[in-house]
Design a protein around this ligand. Structure first.
Ligand SMILES: NC(=O)c1ccc[n+]([C@@H]2O[C@H](COP(=O)([O-])OP(=O)(O)OC[C@H]3O[C@@H](n4cnc5c(N)ncnc54)[C@H](OP(=O)(O)O)[C@@H]3O)[C@@H](O)[C@H]2O)c1
Length: 249
């Protein structure tokens, strides 16, 4: 159990005897986070609609739609207690405001926001979150640096960040930490979709603004593991921006 008496060493990144729940498992960031956690000795309960390529004795993957309340109820009931979670499920679907409809907006809000709240609600009700746990929600810098076509994505991520703070306040008594990571552009399937929908020139101009290039999934996975670990035990209720310096260029 992580706790105030534990001395911090490099072994703070040792996840032996720890269990984590990871959503968005088939995506670039979720998959890499699972790999790093398994390599560091953790047990992982993962979800995405698709199956994933990793086979490991400490991995239990439950395919299903995270917006399906019945599925989530049964999934949560089927798992053991956890020492934290990474909510990495997400959708982007950029679209100019004039083409938005409530139905199209709800599809994205459902995955990015409502399903996260519903999942946490189930985890709390079923007493699945251990004391000294740490949870991470993957937001986006776009909650603070919006872009054209991003009305519903940016709004859903801003809402997710505020939700994470409320969760932190409600669970602080149980010594459960909650933080967000807000990455800029990371090379995953979501990035590829952005390249497909944006013009190549616009994308090249955007990428040129990153002094260290755009992020790789392992950059976010490593930061997730830092926030899950004891090494970050005094970091609580914050959003950590990850952009390689992009916002200041
Ligand atoms: N890539 C970036 O540039 C970037 C930047 C900032 C923030 N983020 C955030 O980082 C997180 C991870 O994104 P990524 O880059 O790894 O994108 P990705 O490769 O597109 O992954 C998205 C993940 O969400 C899952 N998902 C979507 N709808 C779902 C549903 N209804 N039920 C269950 N799972 C669902 C997908 O799984 P299935 O399709 O198999 O269901 C997939 O595993 C997202 O929250 C995203 O908003 C990404």
């Amino acid at each position: 159990m992580f706790g105030p008496d534990r001395v911090l060493t490099a072994a703070s990144f040792d996840f032996k005897d720890k269990s984590y729940l990871i959503t968005g498992a088939s995506g670039g960031i979720g998959l890499k986070t699972i790999q790093v956690l398994l390599d560091s000795g953790a047990k992982v309960y993962s979800n995405s609609r698709r199956e994933i390529d990793i086979k490991h004795p400490s991995l239990v993957h439950s395919p299903g739609d995270i917006t399906d309340e019945e599925f989530v109820k049964n999934w949560v009931a089927s798992i053991g207690t956890i020492d934290g979670l990474v909510y990495s499920a997400g959708m982007i679907e950029p679209r100019p405001i004039r083409f938005e409809t409530k139905e199209k907006m709800m599809k994205v809000w459902d995955v990015n926001y409502f399903a996260a709240v519903n999942l946490v609600s189930n985890l709390i009700k079923k007493k699945k979150i251990n004391a000294w746990s740490s949870s991470v929600f993957i937001s986006s810098i776009s909650a603070r640096a919006p872009y054209i076509g991003g009305s519903k994505y940016t709004g859903s991520k801003a809402a997710l960040e505020v939700f994470a703070k409320v969760m932190m306040m409600e669970l602080a008594e149980k010594k459960a930490r909650t933080n967000c990571l807000a990455p800029a552009m990371v090379k995953t399937e979501m990035y590829d979709k952005g390249v497909d929908t944006g013009s190549e020139l616009r994308m090249a101009e955007h990428i040129a603004k990153y002094p260290f290039g755009i992020g790789e999934p392992e950059d976010v996975a490593q930061a997730c593991c830092f926030l899950l670990s004891d090494a970050s035990r005094w970091i609580n209720g914050v959003t950590l921006t990850m952009d390689g310096g992009y916002l200041l260029t």
